[in-house]
Design a protein around this ligand. Structure first.
Ligand code: NI
Length: 169
């Protein structure tokens, strides 16, 4: 297993639409293991393949919700098939935008269909932090970052702050 390098905002791959996985091979399963290791190393709760330089539709999450129940998932070709009309607003961050956090509004409940690492179809009904993390990671597969979900004004302020911090370090 290996800790992979995480792509930082500005990298073109983070803005590309990732390709579907044809077949879940051993190579894909190895990538998934490395993605988990990379996510844990960075102390994140979710990671999408484009964030480690692979433009394929794969994500991993490890989320503990308020009930402390842990949800660990690796999903291949995930599709959000249902979204609640009810939304919630919570603070998000992203391993590809270090040091930046902001409140993002998203549907509270979703259903996702995908393939498991074993290549089996799975369906996940999610709410709370899991629903939020899955939406954030599926966005990555479409080249969307959480800052894109903010108002242009708020996004502009955050980007200026982010660039300033980056130039300083
Ligand atoms: Ni992210």
């Amino acid at each position: 297993m290996a800790v992979l390098e995480i792509e930082i905002m500005g990298a073109r791959i983070l803005r590309e639409k990732a390709s579907p996985v044809d077949t879940v091979t051993d190579e894909i399963r190895l990538l998934i293991r490395d993605m988990f290791e990379t996510m844990y190393d960075a102390e994140g709760i979710g990671l999408a393949a484009p964030q480690v330089g692979v433009s394929q539709r794969i994500l991993v999450v490890d989320v503990a919700d308020e009930g402390e129940e842990r949800h660990v998932h690796a999903l291949v070709n995930p599709v959000i098939v249902e979204s609640s009309r009810e939304t919630g607003t919570e603070t998000e961050g992203c391993l590809s935008i270090p040091g930046l956090e902001e409140a993002v509004t998203r549907p509270l409940e979703i259903a996702v269909e995908a393939l498991s690492p074993g290549g089996e179809p799975v369906r996940i009904e999610a709410n709370g932090l899991l629903a939020r993390a899955l939406q954030h990671e599926v966005d990555h597969l479409d080249g969307v970052l959480f800052i894109d979900r903010l108002s242009p004004l708020k996004r502009g302020i955050l980007l200026r702050k982010w660039r300033k911090n980056r130039d300083r370090s």
